[in-house]
Design a protein around this ligand. Structure first.
Ligand SMILES: NC(=O)c1ccc[n+]([C@@H]2O[C@H](COP(=O)([O-])OP(=O)(O)OC[C@H]3O[C@@H](n4cnc5c(N)ncnc54)[C@H](OP(=O)(O)O)[C@@H]3O)[C@@H](O)[C@H]2O)c1
Length: 287
């Protein structure tokens, strides 16, 4: 039985990865800062720790063969979530976890980065992921780096805007992407965690949409005509820069929204689940 540590287990993707690894017969240990969140996952073992404080995760990898990490600062489009920026959590947290994995001589470390992470080094969110990936490649550990496009759970923000009656579209709305359902991605993550060779995997969902089409899908799921307010493509970056000194996470996330509003993020397709179905499911489960 493979023993796997899952960091980021309580998050949108991580909880599906825990289930997918359990379904493959693994013994799963989860790392979290919160006992109630960790205990709700049905894992075999829980390690409480904050990866940005290395002493608290010093032994987190002891006795496991594999580490899977989707640990990171939140990417939720929720202005109430403040906290530090992505270097302080995603880079430093995963740096300390890689060090702990090296000490424990784990057989494989799988990291979830972001599609396009190496292409936009000026963006703090993407750079933090690229920096972790570079460190992992040089670590001497056997590794895999998965670079997915946006998760359906993150695209739920478009449905929330549609529910509010109005959606904001930055730029022309023609930038394309193929988001992926968190559960589809988790299947790939679990298989990759159990593989043996070094791998770099670019992955998105089965369908490509423009930003405008995503908004139209969200309104359609609610049976409403789209009401869209346009804003310039530079707006999120400029607002993000102004907010950064007070709210680094939000500033950096807005800057990332600026990047995805202006550029295509289309990766090789994987999975079956469709965004329109996901939006419709959300309308029936969370009215
Ligand atoms: N969402 C997307 O569309 C998307 C797309 C591409 C890539 N990604 C990347 O994929 C990863 C997972 O995304 P997600 O949306 O599933 O994230 P999420 O829901 O925000 O979950 C983040 C996870 O990281 C853990 N975490 C955060 N800070 C920690 C710390 N200091 N110590 C220990 N654990 C910590 C949290 O655990 P506790 O709070 O329980 O401690 C939580 O389980 C992130 O790196 C994200 O940037 C996301």
């Amino acid at each position: 039985m493979e023993r796997v540590l899952v960091a980021g287990a309580t998050g949108a993707l991580g909880q599906h990865v825990v289930a997918a690894l359990k379904a493959r017969g693994c013994r799963v240990r989860v790392l979290s800062r919160s006992a109630p969140r960790a205990l709700s996952l049905g894992a075999d073992e829980v390690v409480l720790g904050d990866a940005t404080r290395p002493a608290s995760i010093a032994d987190a990898c002891a006795g496991v063969e594999r580490v899977f990490s989707c640990l990171g600062q939140s990417v939720a489009a929720n202005l109430a979530i403040r906290g530090p920026g992505y270097h302080a959590v995603d880079y430093l947290g995963n740096h300390h976890l890689i060090e702990a994995a090296k000490r424990a001589r784990v057989g494989r470390f799988v990291y979830v980065s972001v599609f396009g992470a190496e292409a936009y080094p000026a963006n703090a969110y993407l750079r933090a992921h690229a920096d972790v990936a570079a460190e992992l490649r040089a670590s001497g550990l056997r590794y895999a780096i998965i670079q997915p496009t946006g998760f359906f759970s993150a695209f739920g923000a478009f449905l929330a805007m549609a529910r509010g009656g109005m959606a904001t579209l930055f730029g022309s709305g023609t930038a394309r992407s193929n988001p992926i359902h968190d559960a589809d991605l988790a299947e790939l993550c679990a298989d990759t965690t159990l593989n043996a060779t070094n791998e770099e995997i670019l992955v998105g969902g089965p369908e490509v949409y423009t930003r405008r089409e995503v908004i139209e899908l969200a309104f359609a799921a609610l049976g409403r005509q789209p009401r869209i307010v346009r804003a310039p493509a530079w707006a999120p970056g400029a607002i993000g820069a102004a907010l950064h000194p007070f709210a680094p996470r939000i500033g950096e996330l807005l800057a990332f929204f600026g990047v995805v509003s202006r550029n295509d993020f289309v990766a090789p397709p994987y999975g079956e689940r469709r965004l329109g179905d996901y939006f419709r499911e959300l309308t029936t489960t969370s009215r």
